[in-house]
Design a protein around this ligand. Structure first.
Ligand code: GDP
Ligand code: ADP
Ligand code: 5GP
Length: 212
């Protein structure tokens, strides 16, 4: 799996808030204990249980500005309409890919677009809900955001869902286990953008995967 003569595969995960990205990545970690996950830099405060350096690098706005100015971020974006900014530190991703090992980053839609500009070889994966109603009930059911925040995220979600055609692959998170297994294949299996071989990959360069 490790081949330093070839750059590792960079898999970019995006999808609306509440679709289950964290749940699927947590399951994926159980499948791949040494999963390499990019730790973003963010200007928001830690939530209860979040650990600096593990979940995020929590920094002040000035430190974030400096990272942008120094070119230390592969991409960054205003999150949730400007409540905070998050970005992907460049060096750890580059180092991981140089080892020939796969890397996973999780971004908002704008971040996924910007990262594709920076690294066009990135494999972009959109996590979609099985239905609009499922997304609403997951976001509301998680119970971590007040009503007005939920409303704002759902407005953003409508725009994000409309953009899923920009991604190389769409994984429908109907069942967490199944979605995690699909991601595992995308990280370590054949490149779905390659020409079909042995019937393993989809005949089109853009495959639509469903968990059903
Ligand atoms: P929402 O998805 O926008 O509602 O926010 P979440 O609280 O679900 O987002 C969790 C964030 O934490 C994700 O964007 C990931 O970037 C990050 N994350 C989750 N689990 C891990 C982890 O184990 N390690 C690291 N480095 N980041 C994580
Ligand atoms: P995100 O990280 O994309 O914001 P979360 O992982 O926090 O989403 O999931 C949002 C809510 O939906 C959580 O309460 C989670 O338990 C639930 N959830 C995630 N995936 C599924 C699924 N496949 N079926 C049912 N509920 C799910
Ligand atoms: P949260 O702050 O709730 O953990 O995440 C909010 C949003 O920020 C999510 O959509 C998540 O994907 C996105 N996000 C997290 N890290 C980054 C990053 O490094 N860059 C970009 N562009 N978005 C990020």
């Amino acid at each position: 799996m490790s081949d330093p003569s070839r750059r590792g595969r960079l898999v970019v995960l995006a999808g609306p808030s509440g679709v289950g990205k964290s749940s699927v990545v947590a399951r994926l970690r159980e499948l791949i204990p040494d999963l390499w996950f990019s730790v973003s830099m963010t200007t928001r405060s830690p939530r209860p249980g979040e650990v600096d350096g593990r979940d995020y690098h929590f920094v002040a706005a000035e430190r974030f500005d400096q990272a942008i100015a120094d070119g230390d971020l592969l991409e960054w974006a205003d999150i949730h309409g400007g409540t905070h900014r998050s970005g992907t530190p460049r060096k750890p991703v580059e180092e991981r890919l140089a080892l020939g090992r796969p890397a996973l980053v999780e971004l908002d839609l704008q971040g996924a677009r910007n990262l594709r500009e920076a690294l066009p070889e990135a494999l972009t994966v959109f996590i979609a809900p099985p239905s609009w109603d499922a997304l609403v009930s997951r976001l509301v059911g998680r119970g971590t955001e007040p009503d007005d925040v939920v409303r704002r995220r759902l407005e953003t979600a409508r725009r994000e869902l409309a953009a899923q055609g920009e991604f190389d692959v769409v994984v429908v998170n109907e069942d967490v286990d199944h979605a995690a297994e699909q991601l595992l294949t995308l990280l370590t299996g054949p490149d779905p953008r390659a020409e079909p071989r042995n019937g393993v990959t989809s005949p089109s360069s853009r495959s639509q995967e469903s968990a059903t």
